[in-house]
Design a protein. Sequence first.
Lengths: 359, 359
Amino acid sequence: MMDRPPRTRPPATLASLAAELGISRTTVSNAYNRPDQLSPQLRSRVMEAARLMGYPGPDPVARSLRTRKAGAIGLLLTEQVSYAFRDPGAVAFLEGLTLECDLARVGLLLVPARPDSEDVLAVSSAAVDGFVVYSMPDDDPHLAAALARPVPAVICDQPSIPGADLVGIDDAAAIRGVADHLLGLGHRRIGVICMRLGRANLDGPVSIERQNAAHYHVQRNRLMGLREAFTAAGVAWDRVPVVERFEHSVDAGASAAAEVLALDPGITALVATTDVFALGAINELTRRRQRVPEDVSVTGFDGIRPAIDAQLTTVVQPVVEKGRQAGRLLLSPGRRTAGRRVMLETTFLAGKTTAHPKV
Amino acid sequence: MMDRPPRTRPPATLASLAAELGISRTTVSNAYNRPDQLSPQLRSRVMEAARLMGYPGPDPVARSLRTRKAGAIGLLLTEQVSYAFRDPGAVAFLEGLTLECDLARVGLLLVPARPDSEDVLAVSSAAVDGFVVYSMPDDDPHLAAALARPVPAVICDQPSIPGADLVGIDDAAAIRGVADHLLGLGHRRIGVICMRLGRANLDGPVSIERQNAAHYHVQRNRLMGLREAFTAAGVAWDRVPVVERFEHSVDAGASAAAEVLALDPGITALVATTDVFALGAINELTRRRQRVPEDVSVTGFDGIRPAIDAQLTTVVQPVVEKGRQAGRLLLSPGRRTAGRRVMLETTFLAGKTTAHPKV
DNA sequence: TTGTAGGCGTTATCAA
DNA sequence: TTGATAACGCCTACAA
């Protein structure tokens, strides 16, 4: 009794509790994990002693080690975690993903993986039963670290890795719809704004080589889709100004629009590969007293809420559903077969930001 | 060599790798954790063997068990996790919190704690070094489970628990500003919409007793603040219709507004304890062809983006900063002293949804 | 219904 | 620079 002064006493463990009660560890363990394997009175004796000794119940980590289950999945993002909460697309994806986590009663660990850092420790030391990888460049070391772990992985949007499950959309086909819409309206001089194509913080005009070598497949595929549609319509792709921005923000979209207009002041339409950039482009045009769509047409991609509200012409993709599918793929009990692919449908949405070019 | 057919071979471990190489486990461990404690050639021999044997590096859970660090903190929310991503306030809070997590290179585990479930397993078995509790009712078993864990906890908004750190605002004082504003404009018949006051899914008019017994302190304090201001101005609080909604959505706000108007069609102002509800109230009034603020004034609370955009009269609280403070409190290295309190400033924002009552 | 005992995979300590 | 030993706290056959 008095042999352990309450202040200095080491934290109680299942073993110390058992010793105190003069019973076996098994019994204490059962008291927590299999109440039915125990006489009610013994169980309550155990619980009472636990309360007295301040035993907080079985240590989660020790339990995980023993059972080989963490009860959580990890999420890897392109960017710092906090960034995700500023991006409507990422928030919607998270909503879908956590919907499934809630259902499966599994936690979601947001893994701190800064894109600029080569420090992969956070990934290799995350206690998770699987990874969801959201829109990562194919050469990111964090991705490699996740795939090296002996747990399943579901990749969202990109990159496509043999052996890992994939959820995505047909970006090229989807954006061809946009291109055809503009071409159909008569546009021939078109500028393009795209998001980062590699891990380096680069802004500016994009060469064809850089497009081809892009590590962000989504962006590459969207550019490819545009290129195909334009080429098919006789618009020479190498004459189309394409400007890249590393940061995905409305302001970056605005500055990219300014840069495109500097490269070719005569464009009649501006294709942005994301809604966020499209909204920025509209801001910039408005600032210059250019009317949308009378003077310049603008299109986006994604279908985020503010874009819909602004009646942007865009492609709507089911982002929440994407998150759900990723979660389901990772959490489905019978996930024996890796390499599954779920491709989601997209919808072209004609808004009020596109019209015939001025004559 | 041949004693382990590659297909059936059990997963490599640090020990098996050491055995294979004929060196000690310590050395292998050092190869990963303390490269400088090792001759470069031995280290590269280890790494090469690891690659060959498909050893993914030290097991995170075993490491955690040994080092007693999880490298992650847990977040407990009032609601299902997925719900947070539909609530602008929660998203902003998460942004602030993850800002600090990123900085500290610590993961954030979203713990699946359904409010309607008494199943506390997810909380007691979360592998985390601490908890942030966001706006929980004081009688929630998940909260109790978190506090029972031998890790620090920071509570956000509510409830105030002796021994745990707290981040919050002075809700009563803040909403008194709103009340005084309305009273100053001349309003005397005012209705109130508030959020859930307890864990049970209850909608409808709220008795004084229920207000006093509310388990959601934030809501209670806001009601108390109103009561004080109204009473001081000679408006009898027991004549003020107060309607509660469990679900925190724009539509719920609209239906609550309808219910308040049914209780007293003669009100000239509607105070909502959240912006979301206020936006719903405006929707409902508009639907009824009542003008805001000419026919009815409306106020909110929180300062979420859509409310600012709608020029709602409201109280702005620094939600992102709240998340940061919570993270900082939990992650600050020298956190020896529990029971710290950080109270943040709020700002009254006079928008265009309040005016003098009609005469 | 309860107990025995081995091991999950790692790292800290200390010695060589 | 490297190694031996002892935990870390728990679960789970298996046995009684």
